[in-house]
Design a protein around this ligand. Structure first.
Ligand SMILES: [Cu+2]
Length: 322
């Protein structure tokens, strides 16, 4: 059968497909990726200082490693071609076993690269530590994040407000996150702003990010947590300070209050939970969520009383705790 005739019904480009060989068919997805301008590769299009530094690190580490990988791949082909059976001009050396020059090259170059990578990773691991507060002119905004099944709760302790599935932040302002989870472990990730970090029940993690460009950035959980995981998204909306203040005022006018009862209802699993605004939050709610698995740590206890409870022997335990 004529290949052009079979391909033609698919449309005007039918005969182009019919003529394209296996090589061009293989290359076309790559070409598409190149032509897309990488617009969808969020990690490579950061919108904040942390994301910027992480992109530089990714590309630098990749480039350094390719310094070894690319020559190896090219030389593999060169050697296979040069020393092929039919080539009578290449040196035939059946007794050859050792070359100091080759030993020096294959050991020294990777060693230098590994040394360079080691120093680079050591430095950036500390510089980009998620727990490290960011330096900026603006005062940081605190946000307490609770990963619920399957939605995100954001508490703004500085303003006494809370939201579900919407994170509004001012640009050029460090955001200091404290994170925990109601039950399942989740991973808090806004790719365009940088580092991800885990949110785990019964404990608190920290993350510092900054947005330097206004815009709406996708936020998600990047650790599978069950049925509603695939819809566990939120919008991160980075706006200028005036718009942020206006938004805070807007949330303050919302009718709902996040008290204990409202939180218990919210904590029940739900999928595709609508954006919800709370104009008031119980003070200490976040701490209570972190401590909910320590029954001795009743909410409202002073720290020293809690410490006394922590260090006292547990009822029913035969092990004494010093
Ligand atoms: Cu304790």
């Amino acid at each position: 059968m004529n290949p052009i005739a079979t391909a033609a019904p698919t449309g005007g480009d039918g005969d182009r497909h019919a003529r394209s060989g296996p090589a061009s068919r293989l290359l076309s997805p790559l070409a598409l990726l190149a032509l897309s301008g990488c617009g969808d590769l969020e990690l490579l299009n950061p919108k904040g200082a942390i994301g910027d530094q992480e992109r530089t690190l990714i590309l630098l580490a990749l480039g350094l490693m390719l310094l070894v990988v690319i020559p190896v791949m090219v030389l593999t082909l060169v050697f296979a071609w040069r020393y092929r059976e039919g080539n009578t001009r290449a040196t035939y050396a059946p007794k050859w076993a050792h070359s100091n020059a080759i030993e020096v090259v294959v050991w020294s170059i990777p060693c230098v690269i590994i040394l360079f990578l080691a120093v680079l990773i050591w430095r950036t691991t500390h510089e980009l530590d998620p727990y490290r507060p960011l330096e900026a002119k603006a005062q940081p905004v605190n946000v307490e994040v609770v990963a619920l099944n399957w939605k995100w709760l954001f508490i703004y302790p500085d303003y006494g407000i809370a939201t579900v599935n919407r994170l509004e932040i001012p640009v050029d302002t460090p955001i200091a996150f404290k994170l925990t989870a109601q039950s399942m472990m989740n991973s808090f990730f806004i790719p365009e702003l940088g580092s991800q970090i885990y949110a785990m029940a019964g404990m608190q993690t920290q993350l510092h990010l900054i947005a330097n460009t206004p815009g709406t950035y996708a936020g998600r959980s990047s650790a599978y947590s069950g049925e509603g995981f695939s819809d566990m998204h939120f919008d991160t909306v980075a706006v200028d300070r005036a718009s942020f203040d206006a938004w805070v005022a807007e949330v303050k006018a919302a009718p709902a209050v996040l008290d204990g009862a409202a939180y218990d209802a919210l904590a029940k699993p739900s999928i595709k939970h609508a954006v919800t605004l709370y104009h008031a939050v119980d003070a200490g709610l976040f701490g209570d969520i972190v401590h909910q698995f320590m029954p001795a740590m009743a909410p409202g206890l002073a720290f020293n009383d809690q410490l006394a409870l922590c260090t006292a022997p547990r009822a029913g335990s035969t092990r004494s705790v010093r």
